[in-house]
Ligand binder design. Structure first.
Ligand SMILES: [Zn+2]
Ligand SMILES: [Zn+2]
Length: 366
């Protein structure tokens, strides 16, 4: 989904195609083609969070996007034992529930297992490549504690806010979504209202086993919002995260429309006017998601609006390039800051997007 600046070196180190030595490959090997539940995405090789609808270039680094096959599997929280299951279950080492994880499907030849392929094919001696899955950096943004997971602007860490046992807790993860101890991090947190206005002064979180926490009186099943200001090592200022926990009623109402792991296929309408209408529909959707505080779902209508804007530029005769460029830029900033959960930056990104929308004509010129 999204991408960030200034960390290309760190990302490049951790984003080689092979799994790092400390993350064993899946135990179960299969022959042949991809599993039934696999799906295809287009990603930047450097910034895996950035997805797209098809071929193109990464808005951050300009690299050509690559096609990858992903799948959801279930792993132990720390992923130490390399256990990868097709279904939910219990981690034998800890007795804790397995957690869902997005993994990349890869193929290899038994004679040279270090060399991995992104497609099935044949090995020497006419034997088919074997299939396995691996974890990739920034390939997995599933929360581990039923909370909300964001990507840190440092491009290296992830963090999850969760309401548990009368406390607001912050959990920290590395780029492979493996838990890390909270010691290197500091955080101040304040409950907020629906518009993100703080209800009081931020409180420094205390260290708890595996997390930072503070008592929180959020009523069960009710909507609750917390703003966190987190100090990451090496950052010169705190980063902001807006955690909005939906009420049970909202969760039920939105269940069918929560963002899938991959971008759904997009059908571009035939006429410029229909494309224009489709862009406006995405704008309304973006606004609704911002109103609801559903930052992580923003990338879908935003990136659809981006594709549709490009299609409008191709098909209409008026070609309002300045407006279309603003929509494209605003869309990928919405994607980026949506993943980071910073409502102030989401708002700024939407301003760019909205300015582009205002520059579109009322009626399309065929
Ligand atoms: Zn990139
Ligand atoms: Zn990430």
């Amino acid at each position: 989904m999204s991408v960030r600046k200034g960390l290309l070196a760190a990302l490049a180190l951790s984003l080689s195609l092979s799994a790092p030595a400390s993350v064993p490959a899946a135990a179960a090997f299969q022959e042949g083609v991809a599993p039934d539940d696999a799906y295809t995405v287009w990603l930047c090789p450097m910034h895996r969070d950035h997805q797209a609808h098809g071929e193109g270039r990464c808005p951050l680094c300009g690299m050509a996007l690559v096609r990858r096959t992903l799948v959801t599997r279930y792993v132990c929280l720390a992923q130490e034992d390399g256990l990868v299951e097709d279904e939910p279950g219990i981690c034998p080492d800890t007795g804790d529930p397995l957690v869902p994880a997005t993994r990349e499907v890869i193929w290899f030849c038994p004679s040279d297992p270090d060399r991995v392929f992104v497609e099935p094919g044949m090995c020497e001696g006419d034997i088919p490549r074997e299939m396995t899955t691996q974890v990739s950096a920034h390939g997995d943004h599933n929360p581990r504690h039923g909370g909300i997971l964001f990507m840190a602007p440092d491009g290296v860490h992830h963090l999850e806010g969760a309401l548990e046992d009368g406390a607001f807790r912050l959990y920290f993860y590395d780029s492979y979504t493996r838990p890390i101890e909270p010691d290197p991090f500091g955080a101040r947190v304040v409950p907020a209202d629906d518009r993100g206005a703080p209800l009081g002064d931020p409180v420094a979180l205390a260290t708890a086993p595996g997390a930072l926490e503070m008592p929180a009186e959020a009523a069960a099943g009710e909507r609750a919002a917390f703003t966190a200001f987190v100090q990451f090592p090496g950052r010169d200022r705190e980063d902001r995260f807006d955690f909005i926990f939906l009420s049970d009623a909202e969760k039920t109402a939105f269940a069918a429309e929560t963002a899938p792991a991959a971008l759904p296929e997009l059908r571009v309408p035939d006429t410029p006017q229909a494309i224009l209408n489709a862009i406006r529909a995405r704008d309304r959707r973006v606004q609704a998601l911002i109103d609801q505080g559903r930052w992580a779902d923003l990338f879908i209508p935003a990136l659809e609006a981006k594709e549709l804007a490009l299609a409008y530029g191709e098909s209409a005769s008026d070609r309002p390039w300045v407006a279309l460029k603003r929509i494209v830029r605003g869309a990928w900033l919405l994607d980026l800051y949506g993943d980071q959960g910073d409502r102030v930056r989401v708002g700024e990104a939407y301003e760019i997007f909205a300015e582009g929308m205002r520059g579109l004509p009322e009626r399309a010129r065929e």
